[in-house]
Structures are given as structure tokens and as C-alpha cells.
Ligand binder design. Structure first.
Ligand code: ZN
Ligand code: ZN
Length: 84
């Protein structure tokens, strides 16, 4: 299993997990709306991975290359990832 970072589009919660997190209990109401911007990502530094931050929501994830997933930014419509 590959570890991914799941981001809720509604409440901006980030979870590092190798399977989709539970949907219930979103503080914004209803269920979390999870997406994962990269096929493998971490929330803390890891060898071989670089930090990328979304300039809209401020979330930083560690990936091998620029995250391809832009859908579901909590601060707007699309994440805008840049290397830190
Ligand atoms: Zn949520
Ligand atoms: Zn974002």
C-alpha cells in the first residue's frame, strides 16, 4: 500500500494514510470530501521527497514531484502547488 495525503475539500483537514479515511464527522457538516493530490505523499519530511505548498490553502505535502492533483482546494476551486 502506498501512503497518500488525503485533504478534505470542505474543512481542510489533512490525513496521512494508505487507504481512504472515514467520511463521517466533517466539522463543516455532513461527510468529509476527501481527495489525494498525489499518488504517494507524506505530511512530514521523508528522504527523496520534496515539500510542495498550495499557495491558496497553505497546505504542505511531501511528494517526489509536483503534485498532479489540483481539484478540491479548500480555499477555492484548484490547488496551486509550488515547491518550497
Ligand atoms: Zn471535512
Ligand atoms: Zn489548495
Amino acid at each position: 500500500m502506498t501512503t497518500k495525503v488525503y485533504i478534505c475539500k470542505k474543512c481542510a483537514t489533512t490525513v496521512e494514510k494508505n487507504s481512504p479515511p472515514a467520511g463521517s464527522g466533517c466539522p463543516k457538516g455532513g461527510t468529509h470530501t476527501w481527495h489525494h493530490p498525489a499518488s504517494e505523499a507524506y505530511l512530514s519530511p521523508k528522504s527523496g521527497f520534496k515539500p510542495y505548498q498550495c499557495k491558496h490553502c497553505g497546505i504542505t505535502i511531501y511528494t517526489k514531484a509536483l503534485p498532479s492533483g489540483t481539484q478540491g482546494c479548500p480555499a477555492g476551486s484548484l490547488h496551486s502547488w509550488h515547491k518550497l
